[in-house]
Design a binder for this molecule. Sequence first.
Ligand code: DGY
Length: 323
Amino acid sequence: MTQPCIFITRLIPDRGLALVKQHFHPDVWSDEMPPSRAELLQRVRGVDGLLCLLTEKIDAELMDAAGPQLKVISSMSVGVDHIDVSAATARGIPVGNTPGVLTDATADMAFALLLAAARRVVEGEKYVREGKWKTWHPQLLLGADFVGSTLGIVGFGRIGQAVAKRAKGFDVRVLFHDPSAELLHGAQPVDLDTLLQESDFVSIHVPLTPETKHLVNASFLAKMKPSAILVNTSRGGVVDQTALYTALKSHKIFAAALDVTDPEPLPMDSPLLELENCLIVPHLGSASKHTREMMAYLAAENLIAGLKGEKLPNCVNPEIYSR
Ligand code: DGY
């Protein structure tokens, strides 16, 4: 049997790469930067398996450039908004993702951002480095208390629930909005308007879909308390950044903490970077060593299963198997 051709779009953690190499000889893109669109279209030509990251746009054009032999698309991510899943389904190609293993790391990051924004940690750090720390002052860099507050979680899937679980230790009232979710961790289901009006912290945990694109817009932000803090660890496209800038600049809300932006990386001329009350980190939600190793491992498992003609352990379009 001839060896299948595989393209891996970046040097993934060894736990995953070694697993692929136990079975196959993949072509691996080893630059720090992702392949350009032209390079990607060229490198996928004739591949049987593609292991990609969330930085690559995997659409119908790319699938056609790969060719009809393409058997599997495996993404080292839980989110698959960079993949045209319907186009893959139409071609009978299973698409794999990496759910579960990044739930805790992402919930931890949501908490790190929430507390950092509430207690102005980054502003404080900058203040020290700029030599502005002259004395202890009763009014210096005052923030918000998390203990005893109300936390509103928009999207109550795995990560939203893990955030609620953590909040229990802070004596916080937890509200959530997610019509499809079950009651868990003492959180109370409410409609979105109630959540926005009553929450001191709003944490976003919805996938990016046409329905959630710019869910956080001017009207969403206008319903939040002026003292409220927005945390987003989901996808940048869920937030209308122009509306967020206006709300932060005019202090319609207290602060925002973003792990994700649209686009990524955020251009250096983004007005959000002018604001002290907007904390931004470079999409680090899953960035713990163990988590990234597990994501690479799951992505490798999906790739190998697809190449062997087996069901992917984590498949986002399982309907292809019932045809
Ligand atoms: C994912 O896997 O979708 C995450 O955003 C990566 O951190």
